[in-house]
Design a protein around this ligand. Structure first.
Ligand SMILES: C[S@@+](CC[C@H](N)C(=O)[O-])C[C@H]1O[C@@H](n2cnc3c(N)ncnc32)[C@H](O)[C@@H]1O
Length: 208
């Protein structure tokens, strides 16, 4: 695991507001079990999402991966020639993810990276190497989405895809649209907006 700095305490941040961005409490690793359930599998069908977003051989960034509910399907789909970079700020989430991937024979396809709260902080060698980046139910927990979108943009290769989704009951439509504008300011083109089960979602692309 690439360790960068101490993460902030998972339960220390109450909801705060910065411009249009409502910064919510980080989802505690103590509740990680709730993120990997059969119900969630049937609601979100991470296998179908992986098939749509990822091609065999792709390098996928799963930012805010939690205990690996989506990471697992991205790793299966990327195959032995691909790679998933699983990034989270909580060591507890990444410990569960590591054990799970090992048990399921997928660990060799996953690079695990613990980041600080305000940055993805992957080494510069990763710039321009990512085919598909995902931020699934995490941006509302991030203190500085503008910085995050800038980093995502830098990490993606030209033509790379960014899948961004937020829970509808946490992030209102206006806030989601403003975040999409910020992503456009970072250089992304919004390819399409849609619902991911009941959640707000968008596909964005870095220009070729
Ligand atoms: C609600 S969970 C979603 C996990 C996963 N994407 C899923 O849907 O199964 C949000 C995750 O984002 C992580 N997270 C929150 N803020 C973060 C930050 N600033 N940088 C990296 N990860 C963060 C949390 O630790 C948690 O694992």
């Amino acid at each position: 695991m690439v360790r960068t700095t101490e993460p902030k305490r998972a339960d220390s941040s109450k909801e705060t507001e910065q411009g249009s961005h409502h910064h919510h409490e980080v989802f505690s690793a103590e509740k990680a079990g709730r993120l990997d359930t059969r119900l969630r599998y049937f609601l979100y069908r991470p296998d179908i999402l992986a098939e749509r977003l990822v091609k065999p051989g792709d390098h996928v960034l799963d930012f805010g991966c939690g205990p690996g509910f989506f990471t697992r399907e991205f790793a299966k789909r990327a195959g032995d020639n691909g790679k998933v970079i699983a990034v989270d700020l909580q060591e507890g989430m990444l410990r569960i993810l590591r054990e799970k991937m090992e048990r399921e024979g997928l660990l060799h396809r996953v690079m695990i990276h613990q980041c600080p709260p305000d940055s993805i902080s992957l080494p510069p060698g990763y710039d321009g190497t990512v085919d598909v980046a995902c931020a699934i139910f995490v941006v509302h927990e991030v203190p500085d989405p503008v910085r995050l979108f800038g980093e995502m943009y830098r990490l993606l290769r030209p033509g790379g895809l960014f899948f961004y989704t937020e829970p509808f009951y946490v992030v209102p439509g206006r806030e989601f649209r403003e975040h999409l504008k910020e992503a456009e300011n970072a250089g992304f083109e919004v390819v399409k907006r849609h619902l991911f089960f009941l959640n707000r979602a968008a596909h964005l692309r870095k220009a070729v």
